[in-house]
Design a protein around this ligand. Structure first.
Ligand SMILES: [Mn+2]
Length: 318
C-alpha cells in the first residue's frame, strides 16, 4: 500500500491534504509538513491543505482555499484520522483517489487504501519514517511542523508509545533545522485572560469520596468565558492532572451545538477505557472520552470511576 501511495503521488498533478476536525498539532503538523515536503520535491504540482482552524495553533500558518473543481482530478491524502465523521471538510469525497495515513487503532470507513502504524506516538513520526524510506528531503519548515506534532502527541516525549524511533525521528528533524524554540514558545505562552480562566477552573473542581476529580461545565461557563467548546472540554482537563491524591480526573462539558455532555476522562495508571466504552465512548487506556445525554449520566460514570479506584486499592492490598 505504501508503494501504491508513492505511485499515486507521482501520478497526480493536484494533491489535497485533509486531517481531522478541531485539529491538534499532530493533525496540523502532519498535513503541513507533508505538503511542504511534496511541494519541495514536486514544484510543478498543486499541493493544497484544507480544513477548519484551531486558533491555538494558528502560529503554524493558514489553510488554502480550494474550489470544488480542483478535487475532480485530485489525489486526496487524509492524515491523523481514519473515520469519515471526524474528517474536516468532507469534499475529500469528490477526489478521484483517497489514501489515509494514521496512527490510531481505528478501522477506516473512508477507503481501504490505509497506511496505519499504531506503534507510532504521532502520525508526524510515521510520515517522517515514510519520507525517509523514499529519501525525500524534509525542508526546515516541514521539520518544524512535524516536530510540533511529535512533541504534543507524545506529551513532550512522555506517553506510552514514545519509543527509540520517536527520539531518532525527533533528532533527525532537528538536523533538518526544526525550530524547536518556535514550537515551545508558542505552546507555552498564553494570554493573561487564558491564565486567569485556567485559575478559575482550577479553583473549582470537586473530588469524590475515592478521589475522582471532576468539573461540570454547563451553559453558564460559556457565558462567562466566550471561548470555543474545545478550549474548555480538552483544555481544562489537565488542570486536574498530577495531583497525588487524584488517580482519575474528568471534565464534563455541555456542547451547545448538540446539547450533549462531552466527558473527557484521564487516569494516572488505572485502566478506565472499558468504562468509557460502557457509555458509548472510547480512546486509550488512560485517556478516553464519551458523549453523554446529560449531567445525570456524568454522575453514573463518576460512580463507576469511584468503584474502579476502590477495586484497584483493594487489589494492591492483597
Ligand atoms: Mn495524532
Amino acid at each position: 500500500m505504501i508503494q501504491k501511495l508513492w505511485k499515486a503521488i507521482e501520478a497526480y498533478e493536484t494533491i489535497i491534504i485533509h486531517r481531522h476536525k478541531r485539529p491538534d498539532l499532530d493533525a496540523l503538523g502532519s498535513q503541513r509538513g507533508l505538503a511542504l515536503c511534496l511541494r519541495n520535491k514536486y514544484p510543478r504540482k498543486k499541493i493544497r491543505i484544507v480544513g477548519d482552524m484551531n486558533e491555538k495553533y494558528a502560529f503554524l500558518g493558514k489553510m488554502d482555499l480550494v474550489s470544488d473543481e480542483e478535487y475532480q482530478d485530485a489525489l486526496c491524502i487524509i492524515t491523523d484520522v481514519a473515520v469519515s465523521s471526524m474528517v474536516s471538510d468532507d469534499r475529500y469525497r469528490l477526489a478521484k483517489e483517497i489514501f489515509v495515513i494514521d496512527h490510531h487503532k481505528n478501522l477506516s470507513d473512508i477507503t481501504d487504501q490505509v497506511i496505519i502504524d499504531p506503534t507510532k506516538v504521532a502520525v508526524c513520526e510515521w510520515i517522517v519514517c515514510l519520507l525517509a524510506d523514499r529519501n525525500i528531503a524534509i525542508p526546515k519548515d516541514a521539520a518544524t511542523a512535524f516536530y510540533g506534532g511529535i512533541v504534543t502527541d507524545s506529551g513532550r516525549f512522555q506517553y506510552g508509545e514514545t519509543s527509540a524511533s520517536t527520539l531518532r525521528v525527533a533528532a533527525d528533524l532537528l538536523e533538518c533545522g526544526a525550530d524547536k524554540e518556535f514550537i515551545y514558545q508558542n505552546l507555552y505562552t498564553e494570554s493573561l485572560a487564558e491564565r486567569q480562566m485556567k485559575n478559575w477552573f482550577a479553583s473549582r473542581f470537586e473530588i469524590t469520596a475515592s478521589g475522582v476529580a471532576y468539573l461540570k461545565n454547563g451553559k453558564e461557563v460559556f457565558e462567562k468565558f466566550p471561548v470555543d467548546f474545545f478550549t474548555i472540554s480538552r483544555g481544562m482537563v489537565s488542570l486536574m492532572a498530577g495531583i497525588k491524591e487524584i488517580p482519575i480526573w474528568c471534565n464534563f462539558t455541555l456542547d451547545l451545538q448538540t446539547n450533549k455532555v462531552v466527558g473527557e476522562f484521564r487516569s494516572r495508571s488505572i485502566s478506565i477505557v472499558d468504562i468509557a466504552k460502557k457509555y458509548g465512548g472510547g480512546g486509550h487506556d488512560l485517556a478516553c472520552g464519551a458523549t453523554l445525554s446529560d449531567f445525570e449520566e456524568a454522575d453514573l460514570i463518576l460512580r463507576d470511576f469511584d468503584q474502579r479506584i476502590r477495586e484497584a486499592e483493594s487489589q494492591s492490598l492483597k
